[in-house]
Design a protein around this ligand. Structure first.
Ligand code: 9MR
Length: 397
């Protein structure tokens, strides 16, 4: 009996793999995977390949390439800024849904799934909220109620339309913070204590029973010492383990994937091991904000190819490491780049000593870079037995 069940499961798995790998070739037009979009190639593995979307760029009539590629190349989208609290409720009690609604509608028209970003973060909060807390006109009790209302309002508005929500973002400190022992950092932990994390997931679940609820953070692509005092991946692992043990509905861990070619970084097997370790908690995983920046030295800016080529190659290699690791782990449901063109990337505006850039997969003129082609190759070359279709968890009650 037991054996029969396994045979059935095996047959279904083989059929699923076969279906996902079926190729739409016709007699006169052989299937050419290199002509497919990243999103279409991802579907072969059940993987969504997404991008963060800058709404200003999307609406710029003088920049039609942006909209065209955002629509055609990706199977998932994330609002780069439009769903953050300061964008949604710039004035207390007055919501501005225009940009966020527009993105959700864009995704619907293009048959893309949406990663909601972000419900609780210490950054990009409206001034009325932070200054109200600072001057004491908003009490701690009121703050907690405001957070509950915010989460409930936003999640309810998009109920059924958001595939994955980044419920809590970047709650954990970095080794370079003071104190250097890793701890819960930022506005919410300072004002409400770390209990806000469990509250946030429970409130989000109450408002949408079907969305996958994620904890999202950077510098968790691989494990380090294994000591939560200095290993951020371990801290996050322990945190999610603790939350799930208390029945908190955390469905996934999002690893942002902001890398730089000037750093040591990781190899594919290290990143695969990290995703597997997170998966062992029973959660989904995802790369949520991948980009790989480089220092723009004077030689790079002067166009010296001996300086530019190694950066383009290292960038491609790092994009590829994360993609291959994701493909290798069946819980890794999506791979999202944080902007797809150097024309619109947060990096140059953020890092200026020294200046950094070249962080995305298309250059400023929308020419695909080596990184784009490597991602494509990864998706084309991957398959059974090592790379199998995704397995999504059921949203936890
Ligand atoms: O890309 C976003 C940029 O336009 C904003 O100015 C910035 C403000 O903090 O946030 C950027 O996006 C961040 C994301 O929301 C969370 N993880 C880090 C991202 C890059 O800073």
């Amino acid at each position: 009996m037991k054996q029969r069940r396994w045979i059935t499961v095996g047959a279904v798995a083989v059929a699923t793999v076969a279906a996902l790998n079926a190729v739409p070739a016709t007699a006169n037009r052989p299937y050419d995977p290199t002509a497919q979009s990243l999103g279409a190639l991802g579907q072969r593995h059940g993987l969504q390949v997404g991008t963060a979307v800058d709404l200003a760029a999307l609406n710029d009539a003088n920049d039609p390439q942006y909209r065209r590629l955002a629509a055609s190349e990706f199977s998932s989208v994330t609002a780069e800024n439009a769903m953050k609290w300061e964008s949604l409720e710039p004035t207390r009690g007055v919501y501005d849904w225009a940009a966020a609604d527009q993105l959700v509608e864009f995704a619907r028209r293009n048959k893309q799934s949406v990663r909601g970003h972000v419900l609780v973060w210490h950054s990009q909060l409206p001034t009325w909220l932070t200054s109200g807390v600072a001057d004491g006109s908003i009490s701690k009790q009121e703050l907690r109620e405001l957070l509950r209302k915010h989460i409930t309002t936003v999640v309810s508005r998009y109920k059924g339309k958001i595939w994955q929500w980044d419920v809590v973002n970047e709650a954990v400190s970095d080794p370079w913070d003071t104190p250097s022992t890793l701890h819960y950092k930022g506005f919410w932990a300072q004002n409400l204590g770390p209990g806000y994390i469990a509250d946030a997931f429970r409130w989000a679940r109450a408002a949408d029973p079907r969305a996958l609820l994620f904890y999202n953070d950077y510098n968790i692509e691989a494990f380090g010492s294994g000591n939560p005092a200095d290993d951020k991946s371990q801290f996050v692992y322990d945190m999610v383990k603790g939350l799930r043990a208390q029945g908190v509905p955390v469905d996934g861990i999002g690893s942002q994937g902001h890398l730089g070619t000037q750093y040591g970084n990781y190899d594919t097997l290290q990143v695969t091991a990290a995703l597997k370790k997170f998966t062992s908690l029973g959660v989904a995983t995802a790369f949520t904000e991948v980009d790989v920046r480089s220092e723009l030295t004077e030689a790079v800016q002067a166009g010296n190819s001996a300086e530019i080529n190694p950066r383009l190659q290292a960038s491609a290699a790092n994009f590829s490491v994360l993609m291959k690791a994701c493909l290798a782990v069946r819980s890794c449901l999506s791979y999202t780049v944080w902007g797809f063109t150097d024309r619109h990337s947060w990096v140059p505006g953020w890092f200026n000593e020294p200046p950094q850039g070249m962080a995305t997969i298309y250059d400023e003129n929308y020419q695909p870079k080596r990184a784009y082609h490597e991602l494509k190759s990864d998706l084309i070359f991957a398959g059974p037995p090592y790379v199998l279709p995704r397995i999504a968890p059921k949203p936890r009650r």
